[in-house]
Design a protein around this ligand. Structure first.
Ligand code: MLT
Length: 266
């Protein structure tokens, strides 16, 4: 489905009805299909599940060429909820970049958030070396007019050593990155590089929070999640066995158990 939000058409799925409303926000440079193993389980648990493609990604439009900032994505999420007439605060679930967007949403629109799930993400901003690398990938994607530089940089780091090459989660992620536009990769990397440090946000978060991390995550390692969980007064940390950065895809059973257990608590 498509809806007009902040001057662009945003693609989303919206299934189930009632309460709680769970908003699933994907990582970079992926799209909402990364949540396929969660949507059915959440619906069976009685939730209404909304999963958007962030601007520039999946089937959503990109708008004018500019860094895709976490603030813009957060404002788009509020625009989407308004368009769908979702007035109640949502359980926000974000993985990696989706987590960065979650921090921006909390800073800008805390009344829209009933609870937070921050999966495989970090509160820190990029290091200077990290920013330089993002700029390199952005320029190369533009030059080659291809998302391949993001594939080369990320794919080897997204899964644990337990995952067999060519298995379904890897094929899914390859498909998502491969179908991203070079523009989404370039504008996305520049938006990620510009994101704020969120450590000062952590103590302000006063809604129930679940922090999830794959035990083998090398992109946003477990230490980053520990720092998030220590900084948020109401947070709990769950480690997902036999999973790397894409913990929801690599071990969906454990991820869903943690997520649905948390939904029941809140
Ligand atoms: C993601 O999975 O969203 C990205 O790895 C985030 C990042 O590059 O920092």
């Amino acid at each position: 489905m498509l809806v007009d939000v902040n001057g662009i058409r945003l693609a989303y799925s919206d299934t189930g009805e009632g309460s709680p409303v769970v908003l699933l926000v994907h990582g970079f440079p992926l799209n909402r299909s990364m949540w396929d193993p969660q949507r059915g389980a959440l619906r069976s648990a009685g939730a209404r599940v909304i999963a958007p493609d962030l601007r520039g990604f999946g089937a959503s439009e990109s708008g004018p060429a500019a860094p895709l900032t976490m603030e813009q994505h957060a404002d788009d999420m509020v625009g989407l909820l308004d368009a769908l007439e979702v007035r109640e605060p949502v359980v926000y679930v974000g993985l990696s970049m989706g987590g960065y967007v979650g921090f921006a949403l909390w800073r800008r629109h805390p009344a829209r958030v009933r609870a937070l799930v921050l999966a495989d993400t970090r509160a820190s901003a990029d290091t200077p070396a990290g920013r330089t690398d993002r700029q390199r990938i952005a320029l190369l994607a533009e030059e080659l007019e291809s998302p391949q530089p993001a594939m080369d940089a990320m794919l080897p780091r997204l899964f644990s050593p337990h995952l067999r090459a060519g298995s379904l989660p890897e094929q899914l992620v390859r498909g998502m990155i491969g179908s991203s536009s070079s523009r989404a990769v370039a504008d996305g990397e520049r938006g990620l590089a510009a994101r704020a440090d969120s450590f000062s946000t952590l103590p302000t978060i006063d809604v129930p929070t679940l922090v999830i991390v794959g035990e083998h995550d090398v992109l946003t390692p477990p230490d980053e999640s520990r720092l998030i969980a220590e900084g948020i007064p109401s947070a709990r940390l769950v480690s997902i066995d036999q999973a790397g950065h894409m913990s929801n895809l690599e071990n969906p059973e454990a991820f869903n158990e943690a997520l649905i257990g948390f939904l029941r608590e809140v």
